[in-house]
Design a binder for this molecule. Structure first.
Ligand code: 13P
Length: 254
């Protein structure tokens, strides 16, 4: 059984103060919830303060960074290394998010280096993949996903692949209010699991969590998560309010 994984991607939102205020309301709202991985990815600037706050509460909510450079240190102005993330208490890192790919021009070869670097440093990569509307309408969804999976995981060994979480985020559903239907999500997730099975064998592929991201809300989380290959959610807008993210984290999973 794959443990459901519910993650908040705050993107470039929330100061340290706002992040701490969020936790104050959010932690009581999810109290008692068990058997789910709950992860928050704040901006880099809030990681340290949130990590301290979570430790004080002895809380099982884990932190993720939203990006990372693959080198440990060096002349890379403006970048953050895996060593630095480890020190700040980030257990996970979102890599290859569509905003990184499309706004900042991140390419598959760099994303692949980041994935292996994260694993080497004991940080779990959350590798994002997904097609644009244009690619979907041209009938290229599966080939885009295949390329992104093949290149993102190019150097990941069979021993390490279980440390990776994948996130299918169709670009046309991100921040648009337009969610993929549960059937569309299931179709893409099953395809990705099939790719993993052909690379690593089906027993291993069955252990890997594949999250759905793109306009997930408390009102649609249950139906998406009910699908057999949808193992969790990566949530943007609806994870900025404590009640709303708590509604997703605690949603009924059939
Ligand atoms: P929204 O939930 O705002 O559509 O964002 C999804 C996302 O990009 C999460 O990484």
């Amino acid at each position: 059984m794959r443990k459901p994984f519910l993650a908040a991607n705050w993107k470039m939102n929330k100061t340290v103060k706002e992040g701490l205020e969020f936790l104050e309301a959010f932690l009581p709202a999810i109290k008692g919830i068990e058997g789910r991985d709950v992860v928050i990815a704040p901006p880099f600037t809030a990681l340290h303060a949130l990590s301290n706050a979570l430790e004080r509460e002895s809380c099982s909510v884990a932190l993720a960074a939203q990006n990372m450079h693959h080198e440990e240190k060096g002349a890379y102005t403006g970048e953050i290394s895996p060593v630095m993330l480890n020190e700040l208490g980030a257990r996970w890192v979102i890599l290859g998010h569509s905003e990184r790919r499309h706004i900042f021009g991140e390419q598959d070869d760099v994303i692949s280096k980041k994935v292996t670097s994260a694993i080497r440093h004991g940080i779990g990569p959350i590798l994002c993949i997904g097609e644009t509307l244009e690619q979907r309408e041209a009938g290229n969804t599966f080939s885009v996903l295949r390329n992104q999976v093949d290149s993102g995981l190019a150097d990941v060994s069979p021993d390490d692949i279980v440390k990776v979480v994948l996130a299918y985020e169709p670009v046309w559903a991100i921040g648009t209010g337009k969610t993929a239907s549960p059937e569309q999500a299931q179709e893409a997730h099953a395809f990705v699991r099939g790719l993993l099975a052909s690379k690593y064998g089906s027993a291993v592929a069955e252990q890997i969590r594949i999250l759905y991201g793109g306009s997930v809300k408390p009102s649609n989380a249950s139906e998406l998560l009910a699908k057999p290959d949808v193992d969790g959610a990566l949530v943007g807008g609806a994870a900025l309010e404590p009640d709303s993210f708590a509604g997703i984290v605690t949603c009924q999973i059939a």
